[in-house]
Design a protein around this ligand. Structure first.
Ligand SMILES: NC(=O)c1ccc[n+]([C@@H]2O[C@H](COP(=O)([O-])OP(=O)(O)OC[C@H]3O[C@@H](n4cnc5c(N)ncnc54)[C@H](O)[C@@H]3O)[C@@H](O)[C@H]2O)c1
Length: 434
């Protein structure tokens, strides 16, 4: 049993802390957001993540998992301090490290015993060294025995617990190999591959992984756009490609492009790092441009189908950046909604889990309680997120409710032949436009 402090209780911090508690450790999760901690103390989840609420409850009851706003009590006796705070995009696309700095300074102010400081936040290459400097500078003459380890997180929202408990790999980077080996002990119960590298390599593995996944999606979207013009079907093209073991099937779904809390900011941050250090990141720039274009292309399809978007009502199904999460950061739906509003459209939208988050950022949008309310008197329906709930929708009812039977299936979820036979004007992604 180890004593762990996790700083930040977002998607990464809360899952990390809860899973380490589940593995038998004593964990205190700390956040500076009082609403978050007060909610957690009353058993309310600040995020939607399947299975998390139950796991939190079990570990709180077992007295292995604790929540606080107070750094001093969170760090008391901790052998490991995980930094899992946000690293959003700064003004020029660089990662904003203010929260990481604040966490590192708080550790420096409080801790007076040997500690491992672990960067779980996604941070630019070199940040591990910088965090060590921040701590040293803050300490001044008061020496502290500590090491910094980079331990990038690869979990996916929507399957975060399983991803944490059964990871493809755990990456640990440090200049202090002993520290990395000590941290490896925490992960031993997971019986997974643990890769130990130097600090900067570990930090780069995270960025390179996200950039590569985003590249695959932009690649298949570009192929999909060609399929539309050339009369091929991108779904079968992707299947045919994915059967090649050198390529594999994942991240080859053509759609409205990638979004979420990680890919957009991480690809931008990597581009920023490259430019800053004199490399021209041509591929990354194209990957981002293709993604922006994929949103515009969806709007163009709707405009073409309706003649104009001005004063038209567009129903949007799904607001989260992918199914099984309430996270709407940089979601395709949000960007498309803004583009549609700019062209004078009225929007009505629904998401199974993201309505609270949506209501905070979507002004001038009618937030609905069901897919049918979204379809009611709309001129077209756009499927933006492929939630299970939308798979078995009653299209007879949808057709009666829509003003025009126009559907843009942004995730290729539905049966195009069926919908066409029902009299819908159906548009998918990456399939011949007729
Ligand atoms: N969300 C993901 O799927 C995912 C996956 C892998 C890596 N990451 C990375 O992990 C990091 C965290 O992401 P997230 O999605 O969990 O973020 P988040 O925004 O959901 O949560 C961050 C939390 O940190 C808290 N915080 C900010 N400053 C603090 C401080 N000084 N002390 C204590 N708490 C503080 C905030 O109040 C917030 O609750 C980011 O760097 C992200 O890129 C995220």
């Amino acid at each position: 049993m180890s004593k762990i402090c996790v700083i930040g209780t977002g998607y990464v911090g809360l899952v990390t802390g809860t899973c380490f508690a589940e593995l038998g450790n004593q964990v205190t999760c700390l956040d500076t957001d009082p609403a978050r901690i007060n909610g957690l103390l009353q058993g309310q989840m600040p995020i939607y993540e399947p299975g998390l609420e139950q796991l939190v409850e079990q570990n709180v009851q077992a007295k292995r998992l604790h929540f606080t706003q107070d750094y001093r009590s969170a760090l008391e006796g901790a052998e490991y301090a995980f930094i899992a705070v946000g690293t959003p995009s700064g003004v020029d696309g660089e990662a904003d490290l203010q929260y990481v700095k604040a966490a590192a300074e708080s550790i420096a102010d409080i801790v007076d015993f040997p500690i491992l400081v672990i960067n779980k936040s996604t941070v630019p290459v070199g940040t591990g060294d910088w965090v060590a400097d921040v701590i040293r500078r803050r300490r001044g003459d008061r020496s502290l025995e500590f090491s910094v380890v980079s331990n990038p997180e690869f979990l996916r929202e929507g399957s975060a617990i399983n991803d944490f408990m059964s990871p493809d790999r755990v990456v640990l980077g440090s200049e202090d190999r002993k520290a990395a080996t000590r941290l490896a002990e925490l992960y031993k119960p997971l019986r997974c591959t643990i890769m130990v590298t130097d600090l900067r390599t570990a930090e780069m593995i995270k960025y390179a992984s996200n950039a590569f996944l985003a590249t695959r999606i932009s690649f298949i979207n570009e192929i999909g756009n060609m399929c539309e013009d050339l009369g091929a079907d991108v779904r079968e093209v992707a299947q045919g490609m994915g059967l090649d073991k050198r390529i594999g099937p994942s991240f080859l779904d053509a759609g409205l492009g990638w979004g979420g809390s990680c890919f957009p900011k991480d690809v931008k941050a990597l581009e920023h790092m490259a430019v800053l250090h004199g490399t021209q990141p041509q591929l990354l720039q194209a990957v981002m441009e293709i993604n922006r274009n994929q949103r515009r292309r969806a709007v163009m399809k709707l405009r073409k189908a309706l003649g104009t978007l001005n004063e038209k009502t567009i129903g949007i199904l799904g607001i989260s950046f992918k199914p099984n999460t309430d996270d709407i950061r940089d979601s395709a739906a949000l960007e498309i909604i803004h583009l549609l509003i700019n062209e004078g459209a009225h929007i009505q939208a629904y998401d199974p889990q993201a309505m609270d988050n949506a209501s905070k950022v979507l002004k001038n949008v009618k937030l609905c309680e069901s897919p049918y309310e979204v379809a009611d008197s709309a001129d077209a329906l756009l499927l933006a997120t492929e939630w299970n709930e939308f798979k078995q929708i009653d299209f007879v009812k949808i057709k009666q409710l829509l003003r025009n039977p126009v559907i843009l299936d942004g995730r290729n979820l539905w049966d195009s032949e069926l919908l066409k036979s029902m009299g819908f004007t159906y548009m998918g992604i990456g399939r011949a436009i007729n």
